[in-house]
Design a protein around this ligand. Structure first.
Ligand code: LLP
Length: 413
């Protein structure tokens, strides 16, 4: 559910025509709908109200500080994976007690930063990391609150690049080794065990892997209890999919209902780490057609490509293309919608039926709010796009388009 809809011929973000945004701020530009973000957040909150829970937004999906602040004001915490994400979360005033820190490669500096910031919990991904955190906590005279990221050996049935819950991937501690590592952690003086974490992948469109994963994790917590380790926080990760094309992913309410049977009556606080299902459909990317080229196939050449949105070429991801003015929807052409980057893999849509756009037309790349801007780059020395937040009739620039000067800001000439 989102608030990007046609009114007559014109595609709107809430109450603002997108053509107006494109003209005012230029293209490429990411546009987000505040109402959609809030709705998604509240849907999660209401769906899980049967149990004590904390929603930690996965900052990697979209790290714009204004969006983070909006979510923080609604009550969200943050799931972070780097010192940079911690910095952003703290900068916007996020309560450190709502921050959980996951990731296989935390550096000493990042660990110290997180300890000094008094975050809620480290989700530990290896034995060496656990030892390191204990050493650093001792040096800083702190106690590190930890959970182990456990790999529940569940196939999330999603794209292999965004699947994480199996042994063959670099993430987490294999579930059969978890008990032993917990016992080891229990002996460390500078860590306090408070949680268990698992995240099995992203863009998951069925509930079954979540249920399977939670069941396996709950079995582990019961075994932990038997050896005197009491788990207060059960972090079940993110990963709920969204509709890009014709997927029918479960809604948060469906997921929560299915998990309810397993969770009710347990004396734990649930942590959820959704990214995509909060922000994915709450953002779009607007580009402009530069040229139409008819070679052996039709190419719609545009000002936005893999530098702004890498998902199509990296994961063969589908993003719907809509004309900003609908009359262009009546005719379609078959071909590729490509960007200006010097790579054959630079496309937004490939071998597809597309609106018959013309030079100068604006178009919207739908469902681009998650892993869009946050994965964008300066490849081909292209400044990064602008970002705009729409709230009702108001469109506000929340990140300026980068300038050429930005391209050399850190260079020593
Ligand atoms: N928690 C952890 C530990 C994660 O690794 C992730 C995503 C999330 C939460 C949030 O997952 P979500 O709810 O957004 O599915 N770049 C890829 C997605 C990579 C996901 C990485 N981890 C894409 O564009 O599809």
């Amino acid at each position: 559910m989102h608030f990007f809809k046609y009114r007559g011929e014109e595609l709107y973000a809430e109450d603002v025509p997108l053509s107006k945004i494109a003209k005012r701020f230029g293209t490429p530009v990411y546009v987000y709908s505040r109402k959609t973000i809030e709705r998604h957040y509240k849907t999660y909150r209401d769906s899980f109200k049967y149990i004590d829970h904390l929603l930690c937004f996965a900052v990697k999906a979209n790290s714009n500080p204004v969006i983070l602040k909006l979510l923080a004001r609604l009550g969200a915490g943050a799931d972070i994976v780097s010192g940079g994400e911690l910095y952003l979360a703290l900068k916007i005033g996020m309560d450190p007690q709502k921050i959980v820190y996951t990731g296989v490669g935390k550096t000493e500096e990042e660990i110290a930063f997180a300890l000094n910031s008094d975050i809620l919990m480290f989700n530990i991904e290896s034995e060496e990391e656990l030892r390191q955190i204990d050493i650093i906590a001792k040096k800083l005279k702190k106690k590190a609150r930890i959970g182990l990221r456990v790999n529940p050996e569940v196939d999330a049935k999603t794209h292999p690049y965004i699947s994480t819950g199996l042994k063959k991937y670099k993430f987490g501690i294999p579930i059969e080794e978890a008990l032993e590592l917990y016992l080891f952690a229990k002996r460390l003086k500078n860590v306090e065990i408070i949680g268990v974490h698992s995240h099995i992948g992203s863009q998951i469109t069925v509930t079954e892997p979540f249920i399977q994963s939670l069941s396996n994790i709950l079995r582990l917590t019961e075994n932990l209890k038997r050896v005197g380790i009491d788990i207060k926080y059960l972090d079940i990760g993110g990963g709920l999919g969204i509709r890009y094309k014709d997927e029918e992913p479960p809604l948060p309410s469906q997921l929560s209902m299915e998990l309810k049977k397993l969770l009710l009556g347990r004396n734990v606080k649930i942590i959820l780490e959704p990214g995509r299902s909060i922000i994915g459909n709450a953002g779009i990317l607007i580009g402009k057609v530069l040229y139409i080229k008819k070679a052996h196939k039709n190419f719609i050449i545009t000002d936005t490509g893999m530098n702004d949105l890498v998902r199509p070429t990296l994961y063969q991801a589908y993003h719907q293309i809509l004309p900003v003015v609908k009359s262009r929807l009546t005719r379609t052409v078959f071909g590729d919608l490509v960007g200006p980057i010097c790579e054959s893999g630079d496309y937004i849509a490939k071998d597809r039926s597309l609106p018959a756009l013309k030079r100068g037309d604006y178009f919207a790349v739908m469902s681009a709010g998650a892993y869009g801007f946050s994965m964008s780059s300066n490849y081909n020395a292209r400044p990064r796009a602008a970002e705009v937040l729409v709230d009702g009739k108001k469109a506000t620039l929340i990140r300026k388009r980068e300038s050429y000067d930005d391209l050399i800001r850190n260079c020593i000439l």
